[in-house]
Design a protein around this ligand. Structure first.
Ligand code: URA
Length: 433
């Protein structure tokens, strides 16, 4: 096969065969096809799209480019959850222990943060002593014993995605429903769960700002999962503002602990209950979302979800005294208020701007190699729908850096304040099956 002909075929809006797709994925993974040819093909895919069959073939070629995880030694229903990436998104820290406390086996491999989005592993590592590098045997044993473990990726899973994602990141080819769907689903399918619950975000911090494209992405991923016999469903959730109040690693862990102790922000709690209901039904523990939700509500209130989180942290070497006394987490050198310049109501809080400001304050990485400062980030004081008065504090910046003037401006600008009272949108727009 000739790569140049495959590029021209997609340029001219034709459908690629399974063999052609496998040829370019395998060739690129092995280093036999150069970046410039794959970049050209990716751009043709972004512009001309892929149909369902092509998207499935791309996912399969990527999935089989490396090793896959075998979770068959873990007894019980294994349901995985994946978020398309948000700001302040500490859902996994709450949802994982919550559904585990109801009988779902959570064997989760998470990622690190890059750019404006945070990563679950970085958040977990802000708990002193916490290990995310368990061996496969330790991982399996922990999930069998206490129902949950969250670790970093082991083995050489989906090497094609590592190369393709890095190339897409620098060639303006990230935003394509087929490419995003194949990238996410190849990785999820490689980690061996029985069912997958996707949290597909829309809004300012998300891949797609609008609901229709987010639903299209969700449906594309669901079709891929179904074609592999893996029950895949999605909640479409709102990223018109960061999730909860805290953005940044130990700040988010503190908010997750408060949520697990029954004192969480309304949007985070609602998202965990909605996604959790879907996961319990997928695990076949309950037939209806309503019944599942009532059990989740109970376990969030009676301390059972917190207990699972505690057990997980302890089993992975984390210092649980930080969970009992969250005031022990390190504070940053500076805590700076961002003040409102007008009266009105908060209409939106640009999550992308908040995420970027938080990264610049030290909470995230601009490049993969950058180190992060666990105590840095942003704590919002106002959320959508809140009334604000001139000189009210909108948010606090937390940082160990001495130069934060630009971030004060960024965060101030991220708040859209209108004169009319606004009703905030619900956090979960819909569930797609
Ligand atoms: N997350 C991924 O893992 N891949 C994408 O392409 C987009 C988001």
């Amino acid at each position: 096969m000739i790569m140049n002909e495959i590029i021209m075929k997609k340029r001219d809006k034709h459908v690629l065969s399974d063999e052609e797709i496998k040829f370019f994925v395998d060739g690129y993974t092995k280093g036999e096809i150069p970046d410039y040819q794959v970049s050209a093909l990716l751009m043709a895919i972004v512009l001309n799209g892929m149909n369902k069959k092509e998207t499935n073939a791309l996912t399969m070629a990527m999935l089989h480019s490396g090793e896959t995880v075998d979770l068959s030694k873990i007894k019980g229903p294994k349901v995985d959850k994946h978020s398309t990436g948000g700001v302040g998104d500490k859902t996994s820290l709450v949802l994982g222990p919550l559904v585990a406390s109801c009988g779902v086996k959570v064997a989760k491999m998470s990622g690190r943060g890059l750019g404006h989005t945070g990563g679950t592993l970085d958040k977990l590592e802000s708990i002193p002593g916490m290990r995310i590098d368990l061996s496969p045997a330790q991982f399996e044993k922990q999930v069998n014993d206490i129902g949950i473990s969250i670790i970093g990726q082991t083995g050489n899973l989906v090497p094609a995605d590592k190369k393709l994602y890095a190339l897409r990141d620098v060639t303006g080819t990230v935003r394509s429903v087929s490419l995003v769907a194949a990238s996410i689903m190849s990785k999820k399918l490689a980690t061996g769960a029985d069912a997958i619950c996707l949290d597909v975000k829309y809004g300012s911090g998300a891949f797609f700002e609008d609901v229709p494209n987010s639903v299209k992405l969700a449906k594309t991923m669901i079709a891929i999962g179904d074609s592999m016999g893996v029950d895949t469903r999605a909640v479409i959730s709102n990223m018109q503002q960061p999730l909860g109040f805290a953005v940044g690693n130990n700040l988010e862990v503190k908010e997750a602990i408060a949520t697990l102790k029954g004192n969480g922000p309304a949007d985070l709690v609602e998202l965990c209950l909605e996604a959790g209901s879907v996961m319990l039904v997928q695990a076949k523990l309950y037939k209806s979302y309503d019944k599942a939700r009532s059990i989740l509500e109970k376990n969030l209130k009676n301390g059972k979800a917190y207990e699972r989180f505690y057990q997980m942290v302890k089993a992975q070497g984390g210092d649980v005294s930080y969970l009992e006394h969250p005031e022990k987490f390190a504070n940053s050198k500076h805590i700076i208020p961002v003040i409102s310049s007008k009266n009105g109501y908060v209409d939106a809080i640009n999550a992308l701007e908040i995420g970027e400001a938080s990264m610049l304050l030290g909470a995230g990485r601009a490049k993969k190699e950058d180190s992060i400062d666990y105590a840095s980030g942003i704590v919002l004081c106002k959320k959508c729908g809140y009334q604000v008065k001139k000189s009210d504090v909108l948010a606090y910046l937390h940082t160990n850096k001495d130069d934060y003037q630009d971030q004060i401006k960024m965060v101030g600008k991220a708040f859209v304040i209108t004169s009319k009272q606004v009703k905030p949108e619900k956090i979960v727009k819909k569930v797609v099956e």
